[in-house]
Every structure is written in structure tokens, then in C-alpha cells.
Design a protein around this ligand. Sequence first.
Ligand code: PXP
Length: 238
Amino acid sequence: MIELGVNIDHVATVRQARQTVEPDPVWAAVAAELGGADGITVHLREDRRHIQDRDVRLLRETVRVKLNLEMACNDDVLAVACQVIPDQATLVPEKRQEITTEGGLDVLAQPDHVRRTLDALHDKGVFVSLFLDPVPAQIEMAKRIGADAVELHTGTYSLASPANVTRELKKIIDAGKLITSLGMRLHAGHGLTLHNVEKIAQIDAMAELNIGHSIIARALFIGLKEAVAEMKRKIVLP
Ligand code: PXP
């Protein structure tokens, strides 16, 4: 069964817009779990624009499913991760000016830097996934430096025009085969919605999908518990 990790950063974004205490991502995690989330995903960014250190600490105490911490290879965030010890860390690239994560981590450009973060997390017993574009050389390097899983970046697929969507999907399917043939766990995420998720969920050996924006957007109208439940129904294969 595919695990659904629900990314609740967007709840913290609404809170930070007023620098106040609500809505609390800790409450959102409870509602997501009640809707059937298999994991709670948060990105502690270097600039702390949405999720705060306090959120990660409280979530560690309260989340009963998998806690997945998205993070850049950055010493300050690594120190928090090594204190909190999430179940899983997903290493992502980070640029200050970006609206959201743009593309996968370039592990080929900085294998030693990524490996240092990965090794520090492994020393704490954390399962480590790398967020990568569906590029074979990146995936092979992830294996070489000891990654446990690869989360394939589905952003390009999700934004592809009808003329290009089949080509983008094929890149993800082929990359998925390589990831599993190398013995790593296959994850995917970014830009997935009720309308484009099925083809990704049908990929062989797909183990985990991390979805945020579209679930939180629908939650405004139907509630978070139901928004998670409807996504779960969509990704569970008959
Ligand atoms: N996976 C990773 C690594 C991400 O950075 C994000 C965005 O924070 C997501 C999944 C979720 O993307 P979306 O909000 O578009 O569903």
C-alpha cells in the first residue's frame, strides 16, 4: 500500500502571515492523521518562513505516524534534526527567493556535502531520502553516497502541457525502475493533485507520496480530515 505523507507547511504559512498562533500545524497534523495520513511532512527552511523549530519539536511528541522532515544540507537545520530525530529526513535544495522547492537536489554537484548531512542523520538512526529530478546520474550518485530512498520530483510532470505529459511521466517511470533496481525506496512528490496523482500512484513499487498544497487548498472547503481521506482513496489501487 502506498503511504500518503501530508505536507502541512501551508498551515504554518497562514499562521506566519499574521505572526500569530493560529492555525497551528500541530492541530493540522492531528486532523490529517484522523483522515488517514500515513506520515506528516514539514520543511524546516533556513529562513523559517513557515514551519518553526517549535513546530518540529511538538510534532515529534504528538505525531503518531511517520514524521518526515524536509531539510536542506545546512548545519543549523541539521542541528535541529539531530536533536529532534524525525523518523525520516528528505534532503531538498533551497533557494531564498523561491516560492516553493524548485527542482531536485543536485547531488552530483556536491556529493561530499550531501553525504556529510546524510551520514550525520544516519548516525542518529534517521531514514534518509533525497529529493531528485528523474535523472539517472543523480539517482546513481544517491545510491553511491548511501541514500535509503529517492523522492522523485513530480513538479515538471504536474505542470506539463498535454503534449508533454506522457514524456514527463515516462521519465518518472524509468527513474522509478532504476531506484528500485538499486535497492532504494521509491517516493514521489510535488505538484500532485486529485487530477494527476493516479498515474504516479500506479507506478510499480511506488511506496510513498508527499502531497501538500492541493490537500490544504481543498481543506479550506471540505475540511482537512476529508481532504486527506479523498486523496487516500485516490492513491489506493483497486
Ligand atoms: N515533496 C517535497 C520534497 C517538497 O519540497 C514539497 C513541497 O514542500 C512537496 C513534496 C509537496 O509539494 P506540494 O505542496 O506541491 O504538494
